[in-house]
Design a protein around this ligand. Structure first.
Ligand code: ARG
Ligand code: ZN
Length: 530
């Protein structure tokens, strides 16, 4: 159970076993709020829009602004008790009982999307390739909004219905346990962004702003544009084919495997050969120029820059992105090879209040192109994308690792002392009364002082306690153990127990769960771990 995490985590750590789905408790979602999304003006303390380069304290807070948009949005949910999902219609997530489904594992998603950018409309066919883990009389998928016209299971038309965010499919005969099967869903409409309780600062999913379409789904928004098993515990490969008017570019995750133009329409097909969580799936449509660079090891970096930039702006953007190969090399030195076939950044011609680590092609507005945030989104390739959260309550494993690694990069890049950078973070997190990152509520999923800053300090405290060698051994072990899959806090805790010992576990537990911030880092240290 979520409420018992410290005890459970410690117990599991010492028994050095990893959690299974059964061990994940189910806590009811807190009652949804009826409050309107607050539209605030960014402030220096909370927005990356005003972030300055190091060594100023980190200010990569997620968005507080709601970008102007042409997308329609879903009305706020009613303030009534969240009912429990029927068996099969959830993945057991402790924050999002309705997200994901059970009874099958997806192996591959094939998305064929015809997009009319003017109307912001999709005409889509998504084919889900999966293996059943139980006999399936009913197959649940997650889909919000849009009009479903037909569903086929293994090529045979199937009955279907919609309830909340579930697409409920009744195959003509049950799918037996342990077999491969496909579900093909034909659908269309204007995607409506999702009001997710974890992201109160912006509605998420499919954005359409100033002639650009982009997706930022984390955590639940991908169900606003394709049907899926919408939970990071079930990852799969993806082929995403996007057809758009000829004059615009369509980009997505992985490698561009073909691009054809016929009758004024351009079709770009992208393929992701490594498992990907649905929240990282990307569609980008607009007028962009592609720029390529390479790491010394020959990894392809393809960045997408707005065609509308002036020469000066283009040069400034490319200059900002020129840190990428060095940052990849830095992380490869600490963690091991970059996990995917390519990397890159898509830069929007306007600012958004966040950046997003969409797999292999991170999303940035035009005001987050500073080394710390570029490195943060890149570091998610290892932590978040390759090793994904097993439960959304494990979000600190994403943001803490990405942020701490970005700071280590920044210290190296700028010749700063990591201890000095962390002193700034400590002061900021204290000042903001950062809640313990291991026991955030869904509303605090992206709470900046907690999930970013205090999680970063948690890892720094562990680093300082254990020294470079053991700390990075733990980090690499955690990465290798779950690369291509997902991990939970108890999984990480077990590695800390095994390689770091009981004192390290006690330190980790106090940083993750004690209401007060521990005093471990109060005395500056010039010795180990830095
Ligand atoms: N993971 C993002 C980051 O690294 C934050 C995303 C917030 N979610 C969203 N849909 N905008 O900072
Ligand atoms: Zn992040």
């Amino acid at each position: 159970m979520k409420t018992a995490v410290p005890a459970l985590a410690v117990a599991l750590a010492f028994s050095a076993c990893s959690t299974t789905d059964d061990e994940r408790g189910e806590t009811a979602l807190p009652p949804p709020t009826t409050a309107e999304v607050v539209v605030e003006t960014p402030t220096a303390a909370t927005s990356p829009l005003t972030t300055t380069a190091a060594p100023a304290p980190a200010t990569t807070a997620p968005a507080v602004t709601e970008p102007a948009t042409a997308s329609t949005t879903v009305a706020p949910p009613p303030a009534e008790e969240e009912p429990a999902p029927p068996p099969g219609a959830g993945a057991g997530d402790s924050f999002y009982p309705w997200l994901g489904n059970s009874g099958y594992d997806v192996t591959h998603y094939d998305l064929v999307l015809e997009v009319d950018p003017e109307a912001n409309a999709i005409d889509g066919i998504t084919t889900v390739h999966a293996v059943s883990t139980a006999e399936l009389k009913t197959i649940y998928l997650d889909l919000s909004g849009l009009e479903v016209s037909a569903v086929k299971v293994d090529g045979v038309a199937a009955e279907f219905s919609r309830e909340r965010t579930e697409l409920i499919v009744q195959p003509t005969a049950p799918v037996p346990a342990g077999v491969g099967f496909t579900v093909e869903v034909a659908y269309s409409g204007v995607p409506e962004r999702i009001d997710d309780p974890g992201v109160p600062f912006v509605r998420i999913g499919w954005f359409n702003q100033d002639g650009v379409i982009y997706t930022a789904n984390e955590p639940s928004g991908s169900m606003s544009w394709f049907p899926s098993n919408n939970h990071p515990s079930d990852k799969a490969t993806f082929t995403i084919s996007i057809t758009v008017p000829e004059h615009v570019t369509a980009a997505s995750n992985g490698l561009l495997v073909s691009e054809t133009v016929a009758s004024g329409r351009r079709t770009a097909t992208w393929h992701t050969d490594d498992p990907m969580a649905t929240y990282l799936a990307a569609v980008y449509i607009g007028e962009f120029d592609r720029h390529e660079q390479e790491t010394r090891e020959g990894l392809l970096i393809r960045d997408y820059i707005p065609s509308s930039l002036t020469d000066e702006q283009r040069q400034a953007t490319l200059d900002a992105l020129s840190v990428t190969p060095g940052a990849i090399a830095f992380f490869e030195g600490l963690l091991g090879p970059y996990p995917f076939d390519a990397y890159g950044t898509l830069v929007l011609p306007f600012s958004i209040g966040f950046a997003m680590e969409n797999q292999t092609l991170s999303l940035h507005g035009n005001q987050t192109l500073i080394p710390l945030i570029i490195a943060h989104e890149l570091a998610h390739a290892w932590f978040g994308n390759s090793v994904s959260p097993g439960d959304w309550s494990d979000i600190w494993l994403n943001e803490g690792f990405a942020h701490y690694l970005a700071f280590l990069y920044l210290a190296d890049y700028g010749g700063h002392d990591i201890g000095a950078l962390m002193a700034g973070e400590l002061q900021a997190a204290r000042g903001a009364n950062a809640v313990p990152p291991g026991s955030v509520t869904v509303e605090q999923l992206f709470d900046f002082p907690s999930v970013y800053q205090r999680s970063t300090l948690t890892l720094h405290a562990l680093h300082r306690h254990l020294g470079d060698e053991t700390f990075f051994e733990i980090v690499r072990h955690h990465y290798r153990q779950s690369a291509g899959g997902s991990a939970t806090t108890p999984d990480f805790m077990a590695i800390v127990a095994h390689l770091g010992g009981p004192e390290a576990v006690a330190l980790l537990v106090s940083w993750l769960y004690s209401p007060e911030m521990p005093s471990t880092l109060d005395k500056p240290s010039s010795s180990s771990g830095e």
